[in-house]
Design a protein around this ligand. Sequence first.
Ligand code: ADP
Length: 218
Amino acid sequence: MIPGARIVLLGRQGAGKGTQCVRLSRHFVVPHISTGDMLRAAVREGTELGKMAKAVIDAGQLVGDDIMVGIVAERLDAEDARTRGYILDGFPRTVAQAIALDEITAKSPVDLAIDLDVPRDLVLSRLSARRVCRDCGANFQSTGTDPSPWTCENCGGDVVQRDDDTPAAINQRLDLYETQTQPLIDYYGSSGRMVAVDGVGSPDDVFARLTQAVEQRR
Ligand code: ADP
């Protein structure tokens, strides 16, 4: 495997980005950097950032660009990301963040942005059924007859519904995606770094399409 893949995964919330990022990060042996996970960890730890982020996240809004860029710049400066590359999940989410990311990584820019494409009506139903492990962040789908209490099969943590997975907050996030994040497709497209991958299908099929898209670029 060629080291040093620097990948951004875009796509609507509920497109299966998180799960696919975990698999891609194992496959290509690069760190998976999820800004949503980082913010939720800060909320759990009760840090200043966490206190500020909680209200914003629960309302389905975006945390400010400056704060997000600061967090990501620090993370990308760590040894593993500098030497191996990364898969960015949930960042950039605005064109301003993408421009800042290109500035931070001027010496070794993002190689590839992938748009994991799943239609809005499909992600709405998936997100309403989404459950996550409070400890390791693994995603599960509720079937309506869930174990109670539900413990994570990977780490034994509590499996819960995210506070921001209410229908109102989900719709708000999907609207924000259209207005703020969709323009990133043009941003990365204009520098020849954009590829779209069909995100509808079994997780294994989608994963195969994603690895193929990455390998075609290397
Ligand atoms: P989802 O993909 O379901 O929206 P994430 O886990 O990526 O969830 O993020 C959860 C929340 O954290 C977002 O709704 C937003 O409030 C905040 N967040 C995460 N990443 C960013 C970012 N790059 N810029 C601004 N806010 C962010």
